[in-house]
Design a protein around this ligand. Structure first.
Ligand code: UGA
Length: 451
């Protein structure tokens, strides 16, 4: 149920495992689009996977919810759980899905919650179905997803673990069986209770987000004392208890998951009357980090009014057109509000960004975006920015100022090319500055491991 990001990826992958999957959505236009072979989600490899499984007859799309429920043994709830203004999670779509299941089910069903939901949702889903159908025979299971946008299919097919929380043996066995193809990769299965499975998802996202907020704060301390956060992250990450992943300092985390889930967990703790200052601080720190990027730019160019700023990257991370909670959009909003002209280039996210900020000038490549700019700001580390013709970019811009919010360039090289280069957690450099250590440092040894 639900053909959003999680529903489509999970449906297509489960079909690829050999299951018969009907992906159902109440949005008829979306279903028609999917039936015509279009995939309304930007995810590398998804269109091909959907197409292949449709051709083989294992994956179909429908807006007939009754048919979809009645013809299935297992119903996966994959609907959205957006944030309410209070930070609490809007559970209305999950609740509606539960009501609909209760309404149409005719025989035994296993109802699996894949949507990211606060602990306790399994019980709520059970109560809602029971209220609609007091005599119904069903089991509720929690099976959270750990998919990253941009590598969701790989993540589904090669998970670090599969988490299944169930209250009965029959339900546990049935859902374990769905993931049988992963046994050949020796995928660890965490089989537990429903509440614990729900907590695993929230706690994992919160800790991943905390790592980012932590390294971002460390980056600021590095700046104050002349240390290099990339070397610090590498030195920390080689301790196996810490690990190298999610230690990239940058513009702050964005996307549809971390901001929402961290706030959701904090709200869940408050609702349970639990004092959780560390969890509360993850989001506060992230909000500050985004603001810090705006301040850095202000420091670099001065007053924003009547300035032209070039932004490279708008999506919340590379390989997606998703701009939800993207740090770049906060930058756009601050600049436009202060009277700057903002020219941007992003390989996938310009259409969405333009809808949000009609004043944004979208350009066909980085060089056009940099034309006459008072500063170039890299917001998202798309691969194509790593191989840019930097001398050409410098020629296009009105000045040599460059703010790299993702630390993708070598500071010494940028200065050698003639940029006044500012990044995150590394000493800022201007052309002519001497203490260049690049001649004796071993290249590559001091950067964190990107996985
Ligand atoms: C995240 C989790 O990584 C997935 O495991 C989880 O399943 C998913 O949320 C979800 O709950 O559905 P996603 O939001 O797609 O996945 O993206 P990430 O790759 O984790 O990146 C999130 C944000 O953190 C991005 O803005 C990224 O730029 C930022 N980030 C990530 C950093 O600033 N530094 C890092 O070291 C890593």
């Amino acid at each position: 149920m639900g053909t959003g990001y999680v529903g489509l990826v999970s449906g297509a992958c489960l079909a690829d495992f050999g299951n018969a999957v009907v992906a159902v959505d109440i949005d008829e236009t979306r279903v028609e689009l999917l039936r015509s072979g279009e995939v309304p989600v930007y995810e590398p490899g998804l269109e091909e996977l959907v197409g292949r499984n449709r051709e083989r007859g294992r994956l179909s799309f429908s807006s007939d919810v009754a048919f979809a429920i009645q013809s299935s043994e297992i119903v996966f709830i994959c609907v959205g759980t957006p944030s309410l203004p209070s930070g609490e999670v809007d559970m209305s779509f999950v609740h509606n899905a539960a009501r609909t299941i209760g309404q149409y089910m005719e025989d035994f069903k296993i109802v699996v919650n894949k949507s990211t939901v606060p602990v306790g949702t399994g019980d709520e889903v059970e109560q809602i179905i029971r209220k609609v159908r007091p005599d119904a025979d069903f089991d509720v299971v929690s099976n959270p997803e750990f998919l990253r946008e941009g590598s969701a299919i790989y993540d589904f097919m090669h998970p670090d673990r599969v988490v299944i929380g169930a209250g009965s043996q029959r339900a546990m066995e049935a859902v374990v069986d769905v993931y049988r193809p992963l046994y050949q990769n020796d995928t660890p299965m965490v089989l537990t209770g429903i509440q614990s499975a729900e907590m695993i998802k929230y706690a994992s996202n919160a800790l991943l987000a905390a790592k980012i907020s932590f390294i971002n704060e460390i980056a600021s301390v590095c700046e104050a004392y002349g240390a290099d956060v990339t070397a610090v992250a590498r030195g920390m990450g080689l301790d196996e208890r810490i690990g190298p992943r999610n230690l990239f300092a940058g513009a702050g985390y964005g996307g549809s998951c971390f901001p929402k889930d961290v706030q959701g967990l904090a709200a869940t703790a408050r609702r349970g009357e639990v004092d959780a200052p560390l969890i509360e601080a993850i989001d506060t720190s992230n909000v500050r980090q985004r603001r810090r990027m705006v301040d850095k730019l202000h420091h670099l160019v001065g007053d924003f009014s009547n300035k032209t700023i070039c932004l490279l990257g708008l999506s919340f991370k590379p390989d997606t057109d998703d701009i939800r909670e993207a740090p770049a959009l906060e930058m756009v909003a601050s600049l436009i509000e202060a009277g700057a002209t903002v020219k941007a280039y992003d390989p996938a996210a310009m259409e969405h960004s333009k809808q949000e900020h009609p004043d944004l000038i979208c350009c066909e490549d980085p060089y056009t975006a940099a034309q006459d700019a008072d500063a170039v700001v890299l917001m998202t580390e798309w691969n194509e920015f790593r191989n840019m013709d930097l001398p050409r970019l410098l020629d296009c811009a009105a000045t040599n100022r460059f703010l790299d919010c993702r630390n993708i360039y070598d500071p010494h090289e940028m200065v050698r090319l003639g940029f006044e280069y500012v990044s995150v957690g590394r000493v800022s450099r201007s052309p002519g500055e001497t203490n260049d250590t690049s001649s004796w440092m071993i290249p590559g040894r001091f950067s964190p491991i990107r996985t």
